[in-house]
Design a protein around this ligand. Sequence first.
Ligand code: SF4
Length: 675
Amino acid sequence: MKVEKPSVCPLDCPDTCSLAVTVSAGEVIAVKGSKANPITHGAICAKVAHSYPEFVHGPNRLRYPLRRVGSKGEGRFERISWPSALELVRERVGEVIKRHGPQAVVPFNYAGPHGMLAGDSMSLRFFHRLGASRLSRTPLCGGIRSTAYAATFGATPGTPLQQVSLAKLIIVWGNNATACNLHLVRQINQAKRAGAKLVVIDPRRVRIAEQAQLHVPLRPGTDVVLAFALAVELERLGALDQAFISRHVVGFEPYMSAARAFPPARAAQICGVEEGDIRTLARWYQESSPAVIAWGNGLERNRNGGSGLRAIAALPALAGKFGVEGGGLMGGAGHAFPKTLERLTLPELAPAGTRTINILDVSRMILDSEVDPPIRALFVYNHNPLIVHPNQNLMRRALAREDVFVVGIEVAMTDTMAYADVVLPASTHFEHADLYPAYGQQYLQRAEPVIAPVAESLPNTEIFRRLAAAFGFTEPALSATDPELMDAALDPKDPRLQGIRPSALPTDRALKMEYAGAEPVLFKTVWPRTPSGKIELWSADLDARFGMPLPAYRRLVSSYPLTLITPSSERRITSTFGGLPASDGTPLLEMHPEDAAVRGLADGARVRVWNEQGEVFLLLQITGAVRPGVVCTEKGAWMRTSSNGQTVSALAPAHKADLAEGACFNDARVEVSSL
Ligand code: SF4
């Protein structure tokens, strides 16, 4: 008998759709959208609709604990029991701790599932109690944007997704919305039907750009220059809202003096765009209200990422676009939820002085004999670092070290899991309850399991409870139940929860986060939560942490002539769903006809893409969708799509961005030739 049950998409996507899951004989047989969440309104992306049943029940699913019997990376394992697996982990990690201390152990996790329990709850309680090194994980993705946003506005939510439909001008900036922010497109379409203009700023003519009145195909990494030029042009037009600026903005003069170095004519040269387009956009911005900017993660992934975001965030403040529904900046959605992460993860369990490691430094530190204490045990969970980290060949060498004990906790046999010594099978989100605050919209959701855990897989929380018990930790916090963890994850007394306990939130409807019954509108219902209580264009905090109180532009000089960008794919969520047939096949490399002609390359040819770090073989697609000097391929493809054991992350540089020490994937510089 078929039954339809409510659930929520847990993937690393801003939309966090509500789902209707068809279950038959204990198996997920179909996944579609539901209207429990009004903002996602029954629509989901094709990748989830097509891939989930196989992801949960297909041949690549991990069902039993495994012990490695082949060499690292070979992928040969034997099945063992849970007690044997836990004892092996306790014994080998215990040896590491005895020899090097607990900080030689590193939790190496990212954002596979976004539920608050599966993401990091009991796991961090365990690692804090163990005394393991702590991990700063957001530098891999999202940390630059969240740092830039918080420095400018503080922990306050920006324009909710549902208000975009009210805007008269929508600027989609570095956001491949059709592939990775699907429900923004619906809002845009509604706004356009009501007469709104759409501007898309992106080096590539992404699908949403086909609908735009203006597409500005700037060079990657020059967003800060374009934003500065818009500020300069707004000033020339007399479009700056001086009354708002004097009351609510810190650092106007220092910001503008930095911006005035980039008037539209100069900016057009640096950005590789038409000067007239900059002036047109500034004029439209001046004339339109509400006007909203919907930025994505694409523009953070370069050396100037933080500066670009900070310079863009200044524009609505300068032009007086806040205080009206549908205006301002769509960002900071995570601040809409009353999360209590410290109660959830209990950092006080960690010994004082425990080091924190940037996720981007893990591979280098494993290989560096000077690091003290060395990294000699990794717990890899919710993460596929071999595929998604910059400088893939360095990561492979690190994972391949025989003296580093790797525990893998995963749903599927990924390329990274092939390097694990012990694999513990994790349940998918369809097999456990969880809470889902989104990062791109402001509705809170909860889901119950729709099926029992597949075979011997277990939810992450239960795996870490068992690990805690195996290590002899007896504190009640290390055996807390999932409902107790939920009630620790959000503040039950916060009025946004309307008196509902987090563990009792309904699963058939999403709860809109409101402030005294109203949606967030900056300077109307919510206010900046910076140290000054104002919008900070000059940031003392960023000055102290990164020496970057103001946005700045830094050129990147390279002997490789082409910039390689790696946006989201319509086949995967980063690397999730890799390994399924729909995700296989050699990825395409998009190249402008002029660049192809210079190199004598033909459409459909197999090409070698390389730099000093590695080489990747891709299929050439000649297209005007990318600008000259820029080539583009999708991120997240697995090794099975590669003929030489390298995927595109092999070409991504190891240097870090101006804020949050974040990753600079789109700073990759390459050359391309025929094979
Ligand atoms: S990946 Fe995004 S768009 Fe697709 S179902 Fe999940 S939340 Fe919705």
